[in-house]
Design a protein around this ligand. Structure first.
Ligand code: MN
Length: 265
């Protein structure tokens, strides 16, 4: 260690500079064409992103460009705060989430092959304890990330939402796995590549949307529409989530990235 300043942060700065630690962007690009969830009637739906020009190097502002954004809180790569769900309504809003919950170890559970075989694949408690058998107990403050390959569909709304005659078919945890994630480990949150943290079919589960119900009810966080999970190791990466500090917010588009040991570094 050539660092002249002792300490872990100095070591990290050096590792980032020499490439032994890399930053992987887990954020999908956010644009007017970013897919958003579509709820069936009678439920209200969220707008995606739209922009109106304030000025663009013109008479309204000769040297500057800027826009007004219109978008739902739950658009693109975004965080779900506890108050997003009725079970968490007395919990934290986005602006009250402590930053310690937004930085933590990433436990990446790879169900890509299972999802290729069954796009409605349901993650089970056995999948979670199987990951622990290989990589150790899920640490306190961890982010459990479900890797499915679904991020490859993120720019194609029909393929991404994958709504068929029996409703949306996308992967996510089953009821017992949802209960386990919220109650059996002290995780900070759960992240996925799909449009929501629950499986596509979860509206018909008992309870409906069990991960929203249990996880947000337990004061934990959700993270959706992640990218590039295939670039993370199963264990050992550090996740960083950066939502707006939106007072009263139920969610927020977020930049999400991971610090990863370079396997070649
Ligand atoms: Mn959401």
């Amino acid at each position: 260690m050539a660092s002249t300043q002792a300490g872990q942060v100095a070591a990290l700065i050096e590792a980032l500079a020499d490439g032994t630690v890399e930053i992987v962007d887990l954020t999908q690009p956010l644009s007017e064409s970013t897919p958003v969830i579509k709820l069936p009637p009678p439920f209200a739906n969220t707008p995606g992103l739209s922009r109106t020009e304030i000025s663009r190097y013109d008479d309204r502002g000769p040297a500057w460009a800027w826009y007004t954004l219109t978008l739902g809180e739950h658009v693109g790569t975004h965080l779900d705060a506890p108050i997003h769900w009725v079970t968490g309504k007395d919990g934290a809003d986005v602006g009250s989430i402590p930053p310690t919950a937004l930085v933590g170890p990433a436990c990446v559970i790879d169900k890509t092959a299972e999802t290729e075989a069954d796009p409605g694949y349901l993650l089970t408690v056995d999948d979670l304890t199987g990951w622990e058998a290989d990589h150790g107990r899920i640490p306190d403050g961890a982010w459990v990330l479900l890797r499915t390959g679904w991020g490859a569909r993120a720019q194609d709304e029909a393929a991404f939402l994958n709504v068929g005659e029996h409703g949306p078919q996308t992967p996510g945890p089953d009821v017992e796995a949802s209960r386990w994630l919220a109650g059996e480990r002290a995780i900070a949150g759960f992240g996925t590549e799909t449009v929501g943290i629950d499986a596509g079919a979860a509206g018909g589960f008992d309870p409906p949307f069990p991960l929203h119900n249990f996880l947000l009810g337990a004061g934990r966080l959700g993270l959706t529409q992640l990218a590039n999970l295939e670039r993370l190791p199963p264990a050992g990466a550090l996740l960083v989530v950066s939502p707006l500090r939106l007072v009263g917010g139920t969610g927020s588009p977020s930049r999400v990235y991971a610090l990863v040991q370079n396997p070649h570094g």
